[in-house]
Design a protein around this ligand. Structure first.
Ligand SMILES: *[C@@H]1O[C@H](CO)[C@@H](O)[C@H](O)[C@H]1NC(C)=O
Ligand SMILES: *[C@@H]1O[C@H](CO)[C@@H](O)[C@H](O)[C@H]1NC(C)=O
Ligand SMILES: *[C@@H]1O[C@H](CO)[C@@H](O)[C@H](O)[C@H]1NC(C)=O
Ligand SMILES: *[C@@H]1O[C@H](CO)[C@@H](O)[C@H](O)[C@H]1NC(C)=O
Ligand SMILES: *[C@@H]1O[C@H](CO)[C@@H](O)[C@H](O)[C@H]1NC(C)=O
Ligand SMILES: *[C@@H]1O[C@H](CO)[C@@H](O)[C@H](O)[C@H]1NC(C)=O
Ligand SMILES: *[C@@H]1O[C@H](CO)[C@@H](O)[C@H](O)[C@H]1NC(C)=O
Length: 665
């Protein structure tokens, strides 16, 4: 007989009740579930300000802007029903592990000690395969095995609500059910389609497909949530019925459910695949060179019908999963080699999110990548939002950067924008890339002219595409002439950090302008304009010489660059120095790099270095830009603080680029 000490017994029982999941490599503020485009963006809140700590069961998945996109998962084991996703009612499974890669979120669940589940959410990324990348779809793959060596009778259930189809729950949903080539699907959509419209950032048109394999033992129901979930709980099947009382999303909540009878489950995995996605024939309206046109979703060029796309995507899981695993592995290897695990923790969480702000549109002959400025104001292809994201596109496929810049060039080169400096964005709200014929976009002239010149050269160098530089030479010259006028003593204006307010003589902004003028001298030289090249180069050299006095607090201890000229006690992240290294210009003297690397650790807070002396908040993107050009030890400091923040922040929304370095909020 084994006697157990009272205290230890109590402890082990507590541990059973409050079993904690592991989180590898970190517990993100929100866990990406289906994150593929501005409109397919569903997460589970994790941070303690409203999230449940990173558990798939027990709270509802949400759209990025925080309204629920109902997604429920149940599993019935030997007649007892448990919840594995969402909050539909039955007791939750015990989550034992969570892991993320660049494309996957994987949960491991213990179901009453009887069976184990691996639940994989895969939002595929195929940067070099536009047919696949153009599809606005995501996978949910569930593996079940016996956990105790015995066979168990198992049924699996998953549903979506109509909350996916509109941001207004009083809108009327319509739906149907069918099969295509062995794929069973629920199709759900707004009865009144509103082309190019949004409510609460959700799209108000197109068709949502929620699919699984047409296997033996599959049953379905489209009907009230309580009916479908209760029927499954009591019986393990669904009645293969379709409610045709089309009604408001919140009116007796219609759900679209599948149940799969896995039968007797033993130690070999029993797998079920679901997929979810959106088809829209027309994705964006764009004011391009031909006028004002609706632009199709790119997948329309590869598939005759929605159903052909749905069927292809669903059956493509093994290939798609392998391609994504290859990308995951490549990013893991390169990130570790570049800067270690903390960098991988940050980078792998960012990749899906960066790609998930974009959609491939147009045709193979005229392809565009449109990007939504998510969580601020919805602007389209914002130049200074492409800028912090551009390294991930350069790294995965530089053509993607070109496809982001192309529509900006096309609009401005066809005379649709009146200002001499670069436009800030291509349209006030996605998916309307309709430009600013009156020139009344947000005015951020130095920032955007600098970004356009720098990113254009970055693309051309990576792709060895000097023809692109020749094609846009006139526009690049026009923007550079603005930089020549404004970079030495920048006028009172906002930078990309517009929330921090306007300021004259911003040291970091001036540096961007000067680096861009130097970059223009390279562009001139690559395109055979040697005279221009010499002129730009000498202007840039003259400016940077003055900047070294104007923008540096030499007498400070330790010395550092200032936030603005002459404010010797001010400082900020000198993130624009990044472009000097990125473009291999060797323009800014190395002592500036060394000075900044020594300085940042002296102003480090718990979760990083503040953006500047005006506030305690920082920008995660600019911290990584700064880290990438810092000394090894300062680089590691930045990355460690950011990875710690990811793990500890109480915020419960997708990875932000703006947070407080003291509180982590
Ligand atoms: C879940 O994944 C782990 C790690 O790959 C594996 O060891 C385990 O057998 C899997 N369990 C199921 C249910 O597939
Ligand atoms: C886009 O423009 C159309 C008019 O062409 C308008 O109905 C729609 O509301 C706009 N969409 C957004 C998100 O502003
Ligand atoms: C319960 O499930 C059985 C099959 O397992 C099925 O024949 C029966 O119709 C179901 N009953 C209801 C009420 O759905
Ligand atoms: C697309 O480009 C190819 C090759 O340049 C050309 O043959 C084809 O006619 C173009 N198609 C359209 C629709 O413009
Ligand atoms: C910018 O700095 C220069 C040199 O310190 C100064 O002369 C000028 O007044 C400043 N401009 C503004 C708008 O403060
Ligand atoms: C150099 O650039 C300046 C400023 O744009 C211009 O005024 C000047 O004419 C240029 N000189 C040459 C030799 O191109
Ligand atoms: C700032 O420091 C520089 C040298 O580091 C000095 O020349 C300048 O006078 C100082 N400015 C102010 C306002 O103290």
């Amino acid at each position: 007989m084994k006697l157990c000490h009272l205290f230890l017994c109590a402890l082990s029982q507590l541990a059973l009740v409050a079993a904690q999941s592991t989180f590898t490599p970190a517990r993100p503020p929100a866990i990406p579930l289906a994150v593929k485009s501005p409109y397919l963006s569903t997460w589970i809140n994790a941070g303690s300000d409203g999230g449940n700590g990173g558990y798939l069961a027990g709270e509802w998945p949400v759209f990025w802007s925080n309204q629920i996109t109902g997604w429920a998962g149940l599993i019935r084991v030997d007649g007892t029903t448990y919840t594995w996703m969402g909050s539909p009612g039955p007791q939750a499974v015990t989550q034992t592990a969570f892991q993320y890669t660049s494309t996957k979120s994987i949960f491991t669940m213990d179901v009453g000690g009887k069976v184990e589940m691996n639940i994989t959410f895969l939002s595929p990324i195929t940067p070099n395969d536009f047919k696949r990348q153009s599809l606005v779809f995501s996978y949910l793959h569930v593996d079940v095995t016996s956990a105790d060596g015995k066979a168990h009778d198992v049924q699996l259930y998953a549903d979506i609500t109509a909350e996916w189809i509109s941001g207004d729950r009083s809108n009327i949903a319509q739906w149907d059910y069918g099969q295509a080539g062995g794929v069973a699907y629920h199709r759900v959509y707004r009865q009144t389609q509103q082309l190019f419209s949004e409510v609460n950032d959700q799209s108000e048109y197109g068709y949502w497909y929620w699919s699984t394999d047409q296997v033996n033992g599959l049953t379905y129901q489209a009907g009230p949530s309580t009916d479908a979930r209760n029927t499954f709980e009591s019986n393990g099947t669904l009645p293969n019925s379709k409610d045709t009382n089309y009604r408001a999303i919140s009116d007796n909540w219609p759900v679209f459910a599948f149940a799969v009878d896995l039968g007797s489950v033993n130690e070999s995995p029993s797998s079920t695949l679901f997929s979810i996605g959106l088809t829209q024939d027309e994705a964006v309206q764009f004011a391009g060179s031909d006028g004002y046109d609706p632009v199709p979703s790119l997948w329309k060029s590869y598939f005759e019908t929605d159903l052909a796309a749905v069927e292809f995507f669903h059956k493509d899981y093994s290939t798609s999963s392998q391609l994504s695993t290859n990308l995951d592995n490549q990013i893991a290897q390169d990130a570790i080699a570049a800067a270690g695990q903390d960098y991988l923790t940050v980078a792998s969480l960012s990749v899906r999110q960066a790609f998930g702000a974009t959609q491939l549109c147009g045709t193979p002959n005229a392809t565009y990548l449109f990007l939504k400025e998510i969580s601020s104001d919805g602007n389209v292809n914002t130049v200074d939002v492409i800028f912090p994201a551009h390294p991930v596109f350069l790294y995965t496929n530089p053509i993607l950067l070109k496809l982001l810049l192309d529509p900006l060039y096309e609009n401005q080169e066809s005379g649709k924008y009146p200002n001499t400096y670069s436009m800030h964005d291509l349209g006030a709200h996605y998916p309307n890339a309709t430009g600013y014929p009156a020139g009344n976009d947000e005015e951020m002239p130095l920032e955007e002219c600098g970004d356009m010149v720098i990113m254009t050269l970055a693309y051309a160098l990576r792709s060895k595409d000097t023809a692109y530089l020749s094609q846009h030479y006139a526009k690049l010259e026009q923007w550079t002439s603005y930089l020549i006028d404004d970079s030495l003593y920048p006028a009172n204006q906002i930078s990309t950090d517009d929330f921090a307010g306007a300021l004259a003589n911003q040291t970091n902004l001036a540096l961007k302008g000067m680096i861009a003028i130097k970059a223009m001298s390279v562009i001139s030289s690559l395109t055979g304009n040697e005279g221009d090249s010499k002129n730009y180069s000498s202007t840039a050299e003259e400016y940077i010489t003055q900047w070294q006095t104007l923008g540096v607090a030499h007498d400070a201890n330790p010395p550092h660059s200032t936030l603005s000229y002459g404010s010797n006690s001010s400082h900020g992240l000198l993130y624009n120095l990044y472009a000097d290294k990125e473009l291999d210009l060797n323009f800014v003297p190395s002592w500036v790099y060394d000075m900044q690397s020594k300085f940042y650790p002296t102003v480090e807070n718990k979760y990083g270095v503040p953006l500047d002396t005006r506030h305690t908040y920082t920008k995660a993107d600019w911290e990584v830009f700064t880290a990438s050009i810092a000394s090894k030890s300062t680089q590691q400091m930045f990355l460690k603080d950011l990875a710690t923040w990811i793990n500890e922040t109480p915020t419960n929304r997708p990875l932000t680029d703006l947070y407080d370095t003291e509180t982590g909020k």
